[in-house]
Design a protein around this ligand. Structure first.
Ligand SMILES: NC(=O)C1=CN([C@@H]2O[C@H](COP(=O)(O)OP(=O)(O)OC[C@H]3O[C@@H](n4cnc5c(N)ncnc54)[C@H](OP(=O)(O)O)[C@@H]3O)[C@@H](O)[C@H]2O)C=CC1
Ligand SMILES: CC(=O)[C@@H](O)[C@H](O)COP(=O)(O)O
Ligand SMILES: [Mn+2]
Length: 392
């Protein structure tokens, strides 16, 4: 029985992880569930899975959750610091980081330091501090199991192989809803259009990241740290059908790919139950539904965010942290109709030029770098907001 804490249980990954837990109730026991705001869903989940502890980080929702669970023995905690404590519980084997954004970093560090394996969905953690996280996992002897579909694919392709035999990897990208469009088109798109991913149903932040290709940029950085690769060994290839989830090319030129329907339950199950592959009732692939799989080069001129992410990781140091923070601010501003789609890249690029470069930040430094980058990016949003409102 794997005893699991799910951070971000009410989100897209969190709810699908609970579907996996339902499917494999004899193999998975849910010990902890957390949410930020969605008290009603958290309560419903808690009453079904009866975890030891739940956390609602938004303090104003605490009393409501506490009262709703008063007839049970479930412990109810609140506040962001509770996430750092709850992952250390003696009864937990693995922590699934399914919360979104920089907020994933500290609980992941706490989980590793407590010797817990991490099923990592929260890619922002590795974008910000990948080198630290991987060396911490090494130091504490814990495993980092990728949940992100591309990284799960690479992880599966590497099973039984030596990392030394990898020539390069191909990270597949759907291209998002605006594949093939130019910048004049992107200047006028709405958030409704950007939130329509062609193949995946996901949380709002990652869906916008997919539309801008920032998601692929974050994934390049995530792959670098997870698999100890140089940036030159990571190539993005657009594959609009999202059936091949990524590929590894070995030194002899041979390629291995992992394929499947675009369904996150598969990589979630693989991470939670690794190395097992228990059977399940999930839908099977039918080749006749996909007679053609196609490939294209990504358009780095139109989709500047992918270029900026490559630039950030080539520079290293605090740059990926700045990129990530500015992106989180820009995506939130786009989602609240404060700026247009193209302004997101402009804000990220400008923020990256305004913060002094630091080559080797400590884990603690990342908290202040993130804060500073958010402040600068927010000021840029305020400036651009005025122009955007006039032009709209
Ligand atoms: N969705 C997908 O298919 C994929 C997602 N990922 C990655 O997985 C992570 C989660 O994505 P996704 O499930 O789409 O996101 P969602 O927005 O759907 O869910 C986020 C979850 O985290 C909680 N949360 C949000 N902000 C905070 C915070 N500051 N502190 C604590 N908890 C918080 C939310 O609670 P509440 O509901 O109460 O707001 C919710 O439970 C992201 O890093 C994403 O990039 C990777 C591959 C695929
Ligand atoms: C499901 C998953 O892993 C997402 O990260 C997905 O890859 C997004 O699709 P894009 O390829 O459009 O970014
Ligand atoms: Mn992905």
């Amino acid at each position: 029985m794997k005893r699991i804490a799910i951070l971000g249980a009410t989100g897209s990954i969190g709810t699908q992880a609970l579907e996996v837990a339902r499917e494999h109730s004899s193999l998975v026991k849910i010990e902890v569930l957390t949410a930020a705001n969605n008290a009603e869903l958290l309560i419903k989940q808690a009453l079904e899975f009866l975890p030891k502890t739940v956390v609602i980080t938004e303090e104003s929702k605490y009393q409501h959750v506490k009262e709703a669970l008063s007839a049970t023995t479930i412990e109810v905690l609140t506040g962001c610091d509770a996430l750092n404590d709850v992952v250390k519980g003696a009864s937990i084997d693995m922590v699934l980081t399914a919360l979104v954004g920089f907020a994933g970093l500290e609980p992941t560090v706490s989980a590793i330091q407590a010797g817990k394996d991490v099923a990592l969905a929260n890619k922002e953690t590795l974008v910000v501090a990948g080198e630290h996280i991987m060396s911490l996992a090494n130091q504490y002897g814990t495993k980092i199991l990728p949940v992100d579909s591309e990284h799960s694919a690479i992880f599966q392709c590497l099973s039984g192989e030596s990392l030394d035999s990898v020539e390069k990897i191909y990270l597949t990208a759907s291209g998002g809803p605006f594949r093939g469009k130019d910048r004049s088109f992107l200047a006028h798109i709405t958030k409704r259009e950007a939130l329509k991913h062609p193949n995946w149903i996901m949380g709002q932040k990652i869906t916008i990241d997919s539309a801008s290709l920032m998601n692929k940029g974050l994934e390049v950085i995530e792959a670098k740290w997870l698999f100890n690769l140089s940036i030159e060994q990571i190539e993005v290839i657009v594959h609009p059908q999202s059936i091949i989830h990524s590929l590894v090319q070995f030194n002899d030129g041979s390629l291995k790919a992992q394929l499947g329907l675009p369904d996150m339950k598969l990589p979630i199950q693989y991470a939670l139950l690794h190395p097992g592959r228990p059977t399940n009732s999930f839908q099977r692939f039918d080749f006749m539904d996909y007679p053609q799989l196609s490939f294209e080069k990504p358009d780095l001129e139109t989709f500047a965010n992918l270029r900026l992410a490559y630039h950030a990781i080539q520079q290293g140091g605090n740059m990926p942290c700045i990129l990530n923070a500015a992106n989180e601010v820009a995506v939130a501003a786009f989602l609240s109709d404060e700026i247009g789609f193209l302004e997101m890249s402009a804000i990220i690029e400008e923020t990256m030029t305004l913060i002094p470069f630091i080559l080797s930040p400590s884990l603690v430094d990342y908290i202040s770098i993130d804060r500073e980058a958010r402040k600068i990016a927010s000021d840029l949003v305020t400036k651009k907001k005025k122009v955007y409102q006039i032009e709209k």
